[in-house]
Write a protein that binds this ligand. Structure first.
Ligand code: SF4
Length: 488
C-alpha cells in the first residue's frame, strides 16, 4: 500500500526512523560518524531557544503556486511567517513573466470558542469565501496544530464542500506539533498534490527528452536557467516542479523520461510515487552545488539516459572553463576559514564547494540530519576538529560556536548571519532566490560574492563595535553543547 492511499501522510520520524533522529552536536572525525549518530539519535536539549515549524517550508512551496489560495486552518498567528515570503513570491512571479503579486494566504483564525465547538463550519465558510474572492484553480486547506488537537476533519470538509466550489480543494496535514523535522513539510505538500492534482494514469505518451527536475524553494529562476542550459547541452528538456508550478501542470510530470532531485532530502516521497504509479524512473543523490557535485549530478543523468560519454565531455569542458575563471579569486581564499549554517543538504554541498575554492571549513550547523545526507558527509572527509551541529535553529549555540571558532566568513540564513555579523564575522547569505548558486554558474557567482566580502570586511569589524548579542559573557565560557543531554 502506498503512503498516498492514506488520508494523512506519515511524519519523517516514522518514515525514516533509522537516521532521522539526530538532534545533537559533536566534533567528529571521518569514520566516527555512525557511532556519533547512534549517540545523537537519543540526544535532547535541556534548554531550547526556538525551532522551525514545518509550516514554514511548506508555505514556501504552497504560496508559490499560481492561481492558488492557501487557507490556513488554525490560530491566527499560524503561518504568519508567510508574509516574510512575499518577497520571494513577488520576485519569482516577476522573473517568470507573471503578474507581480503577493502570495494569497488566508486564515480561519480559530479562537477559544472554536476550540470548544470545533472549527469545521468556519473552514467550510472560509473555503466558500476564498472561492468567491479569488476564483482560484486550487485551494490548499492547511491544518495547523489546533485543528489537529481538537480533531477537525479537514478531509471530510473538503469532500463535503467540493461540489459547491470550482477550485480543487487540497487538504494539507501540517500540524507543527507532530514532527520536529521540517523535512516533513515536503512530504505533506507532495501528499496533497499526489492525492488531488495527479491523474489516475499517465497523460499521453512518454517524452524521451523530458526530465522532471524537482526544484526547491531556496532556488530561483537563475538556477533553473543554469540547470536548463546544462541539460540542454545534452539535448534534454526540463520540467521543473513543484515550486511555482501551476496546479494544472503537475500531471505533465507523468510523461517524463525520468525524474531527478535537486535536494535528495526534499523529494523521495514524490519520486517514489511517480515511479510506482506512472513508471517514471528517478535518481536521488547529489545536489548540483559545487564543481564535483554538479559533475556527478550530470554524469548520473547521462548514464540513465544513455548519454554517458556526451555528459563526460560536457563536464570536462565546463570544469576547465570554470577553473580558469576561478583563478583570480583563489589567492584570497587560501588560508581563509568558513562556517556553514543551513538545511542539511545545502550546508554539506556548500562545504564541499568551499573546499574546492580553497577554504578550510571549520564546521556546519544543519537543521536536521538523515540518511539522505550520509553520502555528502562521507565526501567531506572531516578531520577530528570538525564541528557538526545538528540543531533546528538554536541561535545561542551558534553564537557560542562562532565566538570560539572565529571563521573568516559565515554562510547562513539571515538569522544566523545577523548573529555572525554582530560578532564581527563577514557573512554571505546562503540563499537568495535572485542569486545564482547552482551548477557551474552558481559556483562562479558564489566565489565572486565571497571575494567581494573578504576583500573588505571593515563593515563587519565596525558593526561588532556597536551591536551586541543578548547573551551574558558567562555563556561564552561554557561548552556550546552544554545543554545537550546525550540520552533521554
Ligand atoms: S502549526 Fe503549530 S507549531 Fe506551527 S505555527 Fe501553527 S501552532 Fe505553531
Amino acid at each position: 500500500m502506498s503512503y498516498l492511499d492514506s488520508l494523512i501522510p506519515p511524519i519523517r520520524e516514522h518514515r525514516h526512523p533509522e537516521t532521522a533522529l539526530a538532534h545533537g552536536s559533536t566534533r567528529l572525525g571521518h569514520g566516527q560518524r555512525r557511532n556519533t549518530c547512534a549517540v545523537l539519535a537519543q540526544a535532547e536539549r535541556s534548554f531550547t531557544q526556538g525551532s522551525i515549524c514545518p509550516l514554514l517550508p511548506a508555505l514556501g512551496i504552497m504560496t508559490s503556486l499560481p492561481e492558488t489560495v492557501v487557507l490556513l486552518h488554525g490560530a491566527v498567528g499560524c503561518g504568519s511567517c508567510a508574509a516574510g515570503n512575499n518577497v520571494n513570491i513577488r520576485a519569482g512571479n516577476t522573473a517568470r513573466g507573471r503578474a507581480s503579486k503577493d502570495a494569497v494566504w488566508l486564515s480561519t483564525a480559530l479562537n477559544e470558542i472554536n476550540v470548544i465547538n470545533g472549527g469545521e463550519e468556519k473552514l467550510t465558510q472560509a473555503i466558500i469565501e476564498a472561492e468567491s474572492l479569488y476564483h482560484p484553480k486550487a485551494i490548499l486547506a492547511v491544518s495547523g496544530c489546533l485543528p489537529g488537537v481538537i480533531g477537525d476533519d479537514i478531509d471530510g470538509v473538503a469532500a463535503r464542500i467540493q461540489e459547491q466550489v470550482t477550485a480543487k480543494i487540497l487538504p494539507v496535514h501540517c500540524e507543527g506539533f507532530k514532527s520536529r523535522f521540517m523535512a516533513t513539510a515536503y512530504d505533506v505538500v507532495y501528499h496533497a498534490v499526489g492525492r488531488h492534482l495527479m491523474p489516475a494514469k499517465a497523460v499521453g505518451p512518454k517524452d524521451p527528452k523530458l526530465i522532471n527536475v524537482m526544484n526547491v524553494g531556496s532556488m530561483g529562476l537563475t538556477d533553473e536557467k543554469e540547470i536548463t542550459r546544462i541539460l540542454g547541452e545534452l539535448g534534454l528538456r526540463t520540467n521543473f516542479f513543484p515550486v511555482f508550478s501551476h496546479p494544472e501542470s503537475f500531471a505533465d510530470s507523468t510523461r517524463a523520461a525520468m525524474s531527478i532531485s535537486i535536494c535528495p532530502t526534499h523529494d523521495d516521497y514524490f519520486l517514489n510515487h511517480l515511479s510506482e504509479k506512472y513508471g517514471v524512473p528517478y535518481i536521488i543523490r547529489h545536489m548540483p552545488i559545487g564543481i564535483k557535485n554538479t559533475g556527478q549530478w550530470i554524469a548520473d543523468i547521462g548514464l540513465k539516459m544513455g548519454l554517458g560519454s556526451k555528459a563526460e565531455n560536457l563536464i570536462k569542458k565546463e570544469e576547465e572553463e570554470l577553473l580558469a575563471a576561478l583563478d583570480e579569486f583563489k589567492p584570497l581564499f587560501k588560508d581563509k576559514s568558513a562556517f556553514v549554517s543551513a538545511g542539511e543538504y545545502r550546508s554539506l554541498a556548500t562545504a564541499l564547494l568551499l573546499r574546492e575554492l580553497g577554504f578550510k571549513v571549520l564546521g556546519i550547523r544543519s537543521f536536521h540530519f538523515d540518511s539522505f545526507a550520509e553520502v555528502e558527509l562521507d565526501k567531506l572527509e572531516t578531520g577530528a576538529d570538525f564541528v557538526f551541529n545538528v540543531a533546528n535553529v538554536q541561535p545561542f549555540e551558534e553564537a557560542n560556536l562562532l565566538k570560539k571558532l572565529k571563521p573568516d566568513i559565515f554562510l547562513g540564513h539571515w538569522h544566523g548571519n545577523s548573529t555572525a555579523a554582530r560578532l564581527g564575522i563577514p557573512t554571505q547569505v546562503i540563499y537568495n532566490s535572485g542569486y545564482a548558486y547552482m551548477g557551474y554558474q552558481g559556483a562562479y557567482d558564489l566565489a565572486r560574492r565571497l571575494h567581494r566580502r573578504l576583500a573588505n570586511p571593515s563593515f563587519y569589524q565596525r558593526l561588532a563595535g556597536y551591536a551586541r548579542l543578548p547573551y551574558r559573557e558567562q555563556w561564552y565560557d561554557k561548552d556550546p553543547f552544554s545543554f545537550i543531554r546525550e540520552s533521554v
